[in-house]
Design a protein around this ligand. Sequence first.
Ligand code: Q5B
Length: 258
Amino acid sequence: GEVIVDPLIRTTISDDRGEEPRYRGYAASQLCEKGYGIEDVIGLLWNKKLPTREESEIVKRIIMISADHGPAVSGAYGTILGACAGIDMPQAVSAGMTMIGPRFGGAVTNAGKYFQMGVKDFPNDIPGFLAWMKKNVGPVPGIGHRVKSLRNPDQRVKYLVSYVKNETSLRTPCLDFALEVEKVTSAKKDNLILNVDGTMGAILMDLGFPIHSLNGFFVLARTIGMIGHWIDQNEQNSRLIRLYDYLINYAVEDEREV
Ligand code: Q5B
């Protein structure tokens, strides 16, 4: 007779039982035909709904602006080290990807989470928010940058904030809160600015993306850059990287006998 088994997994985003994949019911080819873009596919698969045109334009800019940041940052450098060691693209890209964490690129989710908490629990009380963060969390995710500062502003952040606020009708309570936090932190130390992770996190919360999806935007975007760095190194036949002694502070014991 018929054997009935419990399903092993449950999915709510896509369906591959028909002639082509459907994202939340929409055929991928039809989305292409009708002029939708990758940002709309992200909306369907990560937020289970088609964004409005205005929302899509914001998502597109977030991805474009964070796709790469040159070879010096942890992610690109990790991928370049891997490429120069001769490893294949997926492994070299995942070497760079491994760097994405609380200090580098992976602060988007927590920035969104805590700025949203600030809007709810500390309205008009930035000092109270900062005191709570210091006691319970540590450095505020989304605030601070190694090289950018009030004197050397991050143009990506300036552009995104200005685009969202001046060229869209998005309500921006999280972004507004984040900008108020920046006023206080950057007055204390001028590199404690709202950084790209924090800006993305705040805007994505205002767009209504699920908290757990937020780091995904940096991961997705920066994969584009990391793949670029792997291709670039391979096309140049780059040699194995080995650190010169002068780049290392050997804080070790003098040679001695046992
Ligand atoms: N302090 C980003 O720190 C960095 C503080 C703070 C209160 C804060 C730091 C941080 C939160 C995590 C975050 C994303 C590690 C950064 C990105 C993408 C990127 C990268 C690129 C790209 C930099 C020195 C003093 C200490 C700290 C205090 C620092 N941050 N206080 N809230 N948030 N931020 N990450 O300069 O009294 O001296 O002990 O963890 O949002 O990753 O372009 O490079 O596109 O690739 O190394 O933009 O800000 O300084 O950590 O030694 O701190 O400042 O407590 O105080 P630094 P630290 P004190 S965007």
